[in-house]
Design a protein around this ligand. Structure first.
Ligand SMILES: [Zn+2]
Ligand SMILES: [Zn+2]
Length: 287
């Protein structure tokens, strides 16, 4: 059995082992040394955020990531995409593919903040009143569908090794749980890690209610994209303990924390409520 076959046969098992393993590590770390106090009880948060993850997994996530691998296999057999045309060693092809897919995720993230219709989907991720390991997987099913479409298109153009797609999915999933965790890294370690990757303190800035802070630090894995494209912000003005997490217009737990409210959130309010071409923000605006 070659590597591709092994990964294809065991793809789901590989993903689940990493998901549960890293989830358990981050959850225990949060329990032992939380960075911030939670505003909503952990039971309510976890039941609903994980309920959403389960819902997404059943209907989308476990089907479509396999499809992402399937698209990579299909691109290979059809000779589609860059790496199915040029001869590069497997290792450089994997590294380049993972980095390019990470850049695409960064650009996609900027896009879902910039385009009002897409922001309606993405605000489900931001409306969480607290920030912990479960926030990292909290996405509306329609946003996951959008992500899948973009991922498939990227794979068809790039023609990455199948292994690169699985590696990227596992890294993205693991990093999302790591950098959404309610934990504190020693400041020296945080500074060092940030040269290469996104840390919990770096991404927490992105979950601030302050519009300028929420429109920074779009990266999920590599930290270079924010520095390169000018969206980097090192710390929140109010500090990590003092900052407010979430979206200013969505503060009611029943709407932002309960499963039904989360699913309905994209359909609430006017489509122009939040747009990148509005430079004047009005605090009293109702959603
Ligand atoms: Zn965002
Ligand atoms: Zn986030």
């Amino acid at each position: 059995m070659n590597m591709n076959e092994f990964v294809l046969t065991n793809e789901l098992a590989i993903r689940l082992v990493f998901f549960f393993g890293i989830f358990a590590v981050m959850a225990l770390w949060e329990l032992a040394a939380p960075r911030r106090e939670l505003t909503v009880s952990k039971g309510v948060r976890w039941a609903n955020n994980l309920g959403l993850v389960f819902f997404n997994s059943v209907f989308l996530r476990l089907l479509f990531p396999a499809a992402a691998v399937g698209v990579a296999v299909w691109a290979q057999t059809q000779g589609w995409g860059l790496f199915n045309h040029i001869q590069v060693g497997l290792i450089p092809a994997i590294i380049i593919s993972v980095v390019v897919m990470d850049l695409v995720i960064y650009l996609q993230h900027v896009m879902v903040h910039a385009i009002p219709l897409f922001w309606r989907l993405h605000r489900v991720h931001h409306a969480d009143l607290d920030y912990d390991v479960t926030t990292g997987s909290r996405f509306h099913p329609l946003e996951i569908l959008l992500s899948m479409g973009i991922k498939f298109a990227t794979i068809l153009l790039l023609g990455p090794p199948v292994l690169a797609v699985v590696i990227f999915e596992v890294i993205l999933n693991a990093m999302a749980m790591f950098n959404h965790a309610n934990v504190r890294l020693p400041s020296g370690l945080d500074r060092m890690l940030r040269f290469l990757v996104v840390t919990p303190d770096m991404h927490r800035v992105h979950h601030s209610v302050e519009d300028d802070e929420a429109n920074s630090n779009f990266g999920f894995n590599l930290s270079i994209w924010d520095r390169l494209f000018g969206t980097y912000r090192s710390q929140p003005r109010a500090g990590h303990e003092g900052m407010t997490i979430g979206i200013r217009q969505f503060r009611e737990a029943r709407q932002v924390q309960w499963f039904s409210g989360i699913l309905m959130m994209p359909f609430v309010g006017k489509v122009t409520d939040y747009a990148i071409n509005r430079r004047q923000w009005n605090d009293s605006d109702e959603a």
